[in-house]
Design a protein around this ligand. Structure first.
Ligand SMILES: C[S@@+](CC[C@H](N)C(=O)[O-])C[C@H]1O[C@@H](n2cnc3c(N)ncnc32)[C@H](O)[C@@H]1O
Length: 366
């Protein structure tokens, strides 16, 4: 039976916050010290790191290097690419601590490049999804979205991202694996920081293939759960629940959360859902939950909470992805969450920070 990976040990939230604050201060000092034109030009080069990560994922370079060391000729042969060009790519990434040149033209993995190897805690598929497929073309439409306030996805594909992905089995498979990667990124952090005890029936609304809910109910053996997502996503979700040994306690419902909503949960969790929708649709969705939730139930939103002002925060960058996605989709501040909660009949009671840029935003029916 499968459990969470114990190698993904997390520090306490307070230590994480101190380290993030130190990192932000040092970065600010550095950019204040170098000439401003050097600083902005250097910032503008970050896209090379992003795209290079996308390419090494697509070429399976981290898997090819594996746990030992390999000469560039061997790596290039196994990935069917030009050795001299691949060398330049790996040299560039090694300067960022992704791969290491241990001897002349010989590379090994580092902790960072090893996290591109598929498995628990890997980010490979999320990086591929963001950097190699349709999304790269979507990113190129940032100016369109900023100019018009409209979705670049609609402009390029003439339909919403979930409809678009759902029509192509290859894109659907990559997207679902990408979502499992992001669940791994935050799943342990959620389990570590949020106390789910007392919940008898947890409903994961838009829960993807069910990785998060499987990890939660594996830790809380009295809990039952329902997973709701679109039919093409949950088609083979049972397999994962069997792997986690929780299949008997999970019900899977296939359909749109705008048409169906499982009844009788005393907690409803939505991770990375509301940011895909404008306020109106988000309120509509939460109102649907409000109709079905126990009066003493909890609404749990796992998302990033954007800090006010100039505080550096990863979510402020990821919010640009949301700007491109759907008309009105966005990352929200605490006040924006409180507003949509109240419009849907919930009171925002607390925000639980995690060892990650995500938080659990907790609400109760009023
Ligand atoms: C960003 S993903 C988040 C998945 C999962 N909660 C996680 O964090 O890993 C959004 C999920 O919402 C699902 N979804 C989108 N529109 C939906 C709808 N109308 N009804 C049900 N699920 C939907 C997608 O299929 C996808 O699994």
């Amino acid at each position: 039976m499968r459990t969470e990976n114990n190698n993904m040990k997390l520090p306490p939230v307070w230590i994480y916050k101190i380290v993030v604050a130190i990192r932000n201060r040092l970065r600010k000092m550095y950019y204040a010290f170098v000439p401003a034109n050097v600083a902005v030009f250097e910032m503008a080069q970050h896209f090379w790191v992003s795209k290079s990560l996308g390419v090494v994922c697509e070429l399976d370079i981290a898997e090819i290097i594996g746990s030992g060391t390999k000469h560039i000729d061997e790596i290039a042969k196994e990935s069917s690419v030009d050795p001299a060009s691949l060398y330049r790519l790996l040299r560039a990434l090694a300067s960022e601590g992704v791969f290491k040149e241990v001897q002349d033209h010989v590379f090994s993995n580092t902790k960072k490049s090893a996290s591109l190897i598929p498995g628990e805690g890997s980010m490979k598929y999320m990086i591929q999804h963001q950097l190699n497929t349709d999304n790269w073309a979507v990113v190129n439409e940032l100016k369109y979205s900023v100019t018009t306030g409209k979705s670049a996805v609609q402009k390029l594909f003439g339909e919403g991202i979930f409809e678009h992905i759902g029509k192509d089995p290859e894109k659907n498979a990559l997207y679902n694996k990408a979502m499992i990667n992001t669940s791994d990124l935050t799943g342990q952090a959620i389990l570590g920081a949020y106390n789910f005890s007392g919940i008898r029936h947890l409903v994961d609304v838009g829960g993807g293939k069910g990785k998060l809910i499987a990890s939660i109910i594996a830790k809380y053996p009295q809990m039952e759960a329902t997973l709701l997502d679109l039919p093409h996503v949950v088609a083979d979700a049972e397999k994962l629940f069997e792997e986690f040994g929780v299949a008997k306690r999970v019900k899977v419902e296939a359909g749109s959360f705008f048409d169906i909503m499982p009844n009788g949960g005393d907690a409803y969790i939505m991770k990375n859902i509301l940011h895909n929708f404008d306020d109106e649709s988000s309120v509509e969705l939460m109102k649907r939950i409000r109709k079905h939730i126990h009066t003493d139930g909890r609404l749990l939103i796992a998302e990033m909470v954007i800090p006010e002002g100039n505080t550096p925060f990863y979510g402020k960058m990821f919010d640009l992805q949301m700007l491109l996605g759907t008309d009105g989709s966005k990352e929200r501040t605490r006040k924006e969450f409180a507003d949509i909660f109240s419009q849907a009949g919930f009171k925002l009671t607390r925000v639980v920070d995690l060892v990650s840029p995500f938080s659990i935003i907790e609400g109760h029916p009023v």
